[in-house]
Design a protein around this ligand. Sequence first.
Ligand code: DUC
Ligand code: ZN
Ligand code: ZN
Length: 483
Amino acid sequence: MEFDTVIHGGTIVTASEQYRGDIGIRDGRIIAVAERLDGGERRIDAGGRLVMPGGIEAHAHIAQESASGIMTADDYLSGSISAAFGGNSSFIPFAAQHRGQSIDDVIATYDALSKPSVIDYSYHLIVSDPTEAVLTEQLPRAFARGITSLKVFTTYDLLNIGDAGMLDILSVARDHGALTMVHAENHAIVAWMNRELATRGMTAPKYHAISRPELAEEEAINRVITLAQLAGAPLFVVHVSTAGGAARVQRARAEGAIVFAETCPQYMALTRDDLDRPGMEGAKYICSPPVRDTATQDALWRHVQTGTFDSVSSDHAPYRYDETGKLMHGPDAPYSKIANGMPGIAARLPWLFSEGVAAGRLRPEEFVALTSTNAARIFGVDKKGRIAPGMDADIAIWNPETVRTVTLEDQHDNMDYTPFEGMELTGVPEIVMNRGTVIVEHGELRAKEGQGRFVARSRIDLTGRPGVAVKETALMHAAEGRE
Ligand code: DUC
Ligand code: ZN
Ligand code: ZN
C-alpha cells in the first residue's frame, strides 16, 4: 500500500480502547491501521505519544455579531488557527439569524465569512425569528444542505422565541431529522433579578453572577425537556452550568428522553469569585449562564465522569477587554451592558486533558469521546471523530507529559486576555492534522489560509431511541392516520 503519511509507534486512543499501532494515510483519509506499517512519503514518529482523533469543537462563536451588535474578536482565520493550536481538526461555529433576516441570507453571509478557515467547519444555525417562511421553506433548505442542527434561546429580549416558538422549531427539526440545541435560562427570572439588582445599585461585574440564578437554568432546562418530549424531538442542552440542570438531563435520559448535553471548562475551572476581581477585571469572566462555585464544579465533574454530558465544549465567545468588546458601553459599564462570553477554543482540550486525564479523573478514551467522537455522532459528522480506515485523517498527536503554563500568546486568537492565564497544564497537542495535512507542528502553524472545507452533516440517527411517548400527541397522530 502506498501512503502519503504513516504515523508510527504511538498509542492510538479511540473512544473505546487504546492500543499500540500505526496509521497509514492517503489522500486525506486513513486507509490502514495496523500493528506495523512500512513506507509512507512522510513518517511521523509518535513514540511515547497519544494519537487521538482531532478535536471537534461543537460550540464556538466566530465572526458572529451578537443581537446587540457586538462583533466577536475572532474571524474564521484567527478562530480556526486558535482551534488548531488547541488540538482541534474541525469546528462547528454558529450562523446566527438576526430578526427579520432569512436563513438563506444567514448562510450566504457565513459562507463568505468562513472561506479563510484553516480547519474543516460546518455551522449550527441560530434561529431568533421562526416565521412561517423560516419554518416551512428556509430551514428545510438548510437541513438539505447538511446544516442539520440549530440553536434557540429561552432568554435575551432579541433572541427568546418563547415556548410556542420552541414547539414550532422542535417539530420542524424533528420532521427533518435535525437537532435542536437550546440555551436554557428562565427569561422572567433573569429580568426580575436584573431589576432587583439595579434598584439596589448593584451593577458591578460581580453581580452578573447572581443575576442569573441557578434556578433560572434548572427551570428552563426542565421546561425545554418537557417541550421536546411533547414534540417528540431530540434536544441538545448547551453549556449546562448547574448541578440541578445536569441532574434534570440525567433523569430525562434515564426516562428514555432523547436529550444530549454539554458543559464547558469555565464552569469547572472558574467561580463567581473570578467576577469579583479588582476594578472591572471581573468583566472578563462574564458569560451566560454564569460561572458558579466549587460545589457546582465538583457536581459537574461527576456528571462528566458518569456520562450525563456528551461533550465538553469551549463556548468560545471572544469579546476583547476594550471598547470593541467588553467595554463597548464604557469603562464602568453596568454588568447588564457587558458582552456575555469568554474565549477558550485553544484552551478547551489542554485544560480537559490536564484536569481530566492527567489528574486521573478521566480515561484517555473518555477524553476522546467527550471532545470528538460524541460530537461527530450527535451532529452527523460522519467522516470524523474516529481513527479507522475510511475516516478523514483528522488526528492530534499529544505528548501527555509536557507541562505548560497557559499564556495569552499560546492561544493564537485575536483576544487580549485568556481566562485560563497562568494555569499549569499537563499535556500538549504537538501535531495536529486536518484531512492528512499537518496544520500545527510543535508550536508552528503549517496550515494555509482557506484550506478548511465546509462539511455537510447527516441527519441525526435515532435508531433505538424512540423517546418518551406522550398520550395526547399519539392520539392526535392516530386520529390523523399517522402511527
Ligand atoms: N450563550 C452562548 O452560548 N455563548 C455566549 C453567550 C450566550 O448567552
Ligand atoms: Zn448560550
Ligand atoms: Zn455559545
